[in-house]
Design a protein around this ligand. Structure first.
Ligand code: MN
Length: 499
């Protein structure tokens, strides 16, 4: 679906002419070895591309300019093997538009105790060369990721992996198009937002399309295509008897398949990376898209209900970031609470649209009344989700800035069978505990809509928020409400001043 190996991260080593040709030759060899090793590492999902050592302000400017213009380049890794006087970096860093990871490493892991001499010291200076570079980036107030440690260290590789995934999500947002069918649900506040500011800040556009235009594409779907998809449903899911061929509600399954094919055709033809719809605007549609949205999310499209374009875009970015990893990412909503003492948890779900990428086992395909929207009963996939660590992420528009809020949670296996609940669901316990986690989320103004992820971490989302230059607030294992409230207040000032 999304092949991250097609994306490039450029490995750029800084030095200078002071040390002579022999030292520079060794610098180049070492850099090539590191870049090749990162590129070959199964832990790194993108291609790492070696670039020749930069030794002058002109070379630095040129490589930054090239990185900006190279479509495949999603970010750069910088490393100062030797000292690289950092005033040389000002011109390049000033124009750099791609995310940057500063790898604070050195070629040798250990000090060669018996042979270390002044030649060795001249060559292996990143302990102070990287400090000079770090000063300049901080002096320029630039966001970047700093990863410190030996380049073969598993933790270092994991951090590069995570950052590269965030950079891929960020690159995917640039020039991305999201379709909005209808406006957001009437009178709802948190799904509103400044789409002009979002396009300036995030790089993606959100535009509206008449539901009639979508219905036209749905109606043009051929019977043969519907036959094929209905067969695929039967092969993939456990169908309720009434939906089977010859069953009383089989026509509803065909209607649902028709909606899925029409939606996918519309998205493909318009080159959209995601969409949002609303049950308040479904003229000409027989059902609210249920199984259609669940399956399109599983194919990599961003989706959120009720006109929530911010969450739809976030779901898409997180699907790109999590590409190839075990586990899934889904649109999610905090639905209802279980307040049993010592066993408090949240039941997360939506009226229909939870992505099957987080399903545990084979989903059931069912048809049930929806109760709102005034349309025919929608077909949907119903399943439970596995236990394990996860996060909920939300982006909200605070009026003067966007805030990304992340809550680390742990999903728990269902305690009961929930025979009458006709929707896919997840049970989780928020960190640091139910009361603190929920109170912090409310204080931060976090939305009821999120992207629920089984395979991304808070660090992935923090890196992503820094690439976007937006606020990031974490509710995690160490969150304390007193400190958290202060962070929100301090961020208020920071984002006023840092414009
Ligand atoms: Mn909702």
């Amino acid at each position: 679906m999304i092949n991250l190996k097609e994306s490039e991260v450029w490995f750029i080593t800084g030095s200078q002419h002071l040390y002579g040709e022999e030292t520079l030759k060794q610098v180049a060899e070492h850099s090539q070895t590191i870049a090749a090793s990162l590129n070959a590492s199964p832990q790194i999902p993108v291609s790492i591309v070696f670039k020749p050592t930069v030794k002058t302000a002109e070379e630095i400017y040129s490589v930054c300019m090239e990185a900006n213009n190279a479509k495949k380049c999603i970010g750069i890794i910088t490393w100062m093997h030797t000292f690289s006087p950092a005033k040389m970096w000002i011109g390049g860093l000033k124009i750099l538009q791609k995310p940057m990871l500063h790898l604070h490493t050195q070629f040798n892991r250990d000090i060669p105790w018996s042979s270390i001499d002044m030649d060795f010291m001249n060559l292996n200076q990143s302990a102070h060369g990287d400090r000079e570079f770090g000063f300049m980036v901080s002096r320029m107030r630039m966001n970047r990721k700093v990863v410190a440690g030996h380049w073969q260290d598993a933790q270092v590789l994991e951090q590069i992996n995570g950052w590269a995934r965030s950079a891929a999500g960020w690159a995917d947002w640039q020039h991305a198009k999201f379709a909005r069918f209808g406006d957001n649900m009437r009178n709802v506040a948190v799904t509103e937002g400044d789409k002009v500011e979002a396009e300036m800040k995030f790089g993606y556009s959100v535009n509206t399309y008449g539901i009639g235009d979508l219905v036209k594409v749905i109606n043009e779907t051929s019977d043969a295509a519907v036959d094929n998809l209905v067969t695929e449903y039967a092969d993939t899911y456990t169908l309720t008897t009434s939906l089977l061929k010859g069953g009383a509600q089989h026509q509803s399954l065909r209607d649902a398949a028709k909606i899925e094919i029409g939606l996918e055709t519309f998205l493909k033809d318009g080159n959209f990376k995601g969409y949002t719809d609303t049950f308040e605007d479904l003229h000409g549609m027989k059902q609210l898209p249920g199984i259609a949205s669940q399956r399109l999310m599983n194919k990599g499209y961003g989706f959120a209900g009720e006109g929530d374009w911010k969450t739809a875009a976030l779901v898409r970015a997180m699907k790109v970031m999590g590409s190839g990893l075990k586990g899934g990412n889904s649109f999610m909503e905090d639905y209802t609470y279980h307040f049993e003492p010592e066993n408090e948890m949240v039941l997360g779900s939506h009226m229909l649209e939870i992505c099957e990428s987080i399903a545990h086992g084979k989903p059931n395909c069912e048809i049930n009344p929806l109760g709102i929207g005034g349309k025919a009963d929608p077909v949907r996939l119903v399943f439970n989700s596995a236990a394990g660590p996860a996060i909920n992420a939300s982006i909200i528009d605070m009026g003067n800035r966007f805030r990304m809020l992340v809550n680390e949670v742990v999903a728990v296996a269902p305690m009961q069978t929930l025979p009458k609940l006709p929707v896919a669901r997840v049970l989780w316990k928020p960190y640091p505990d139910m009361k603190t986690g929920c109170a912090a989320w409310i204080l931060a103004g976090g939305a009821h809509h999120t992207c629920y992820s089984q395979n991304l971490t808070a660090e992935n989302l923090q890196d992503f928020a820094e690439m976007a230059g937006i606020e990031f607030s974490l509710i995690g294992k160490k969150t304390d409400l007193y400190q958290f409230k202060n962070e929100l207040r301090w961020n208020e000032v920071y984002f006023q001043l840092n414009k």
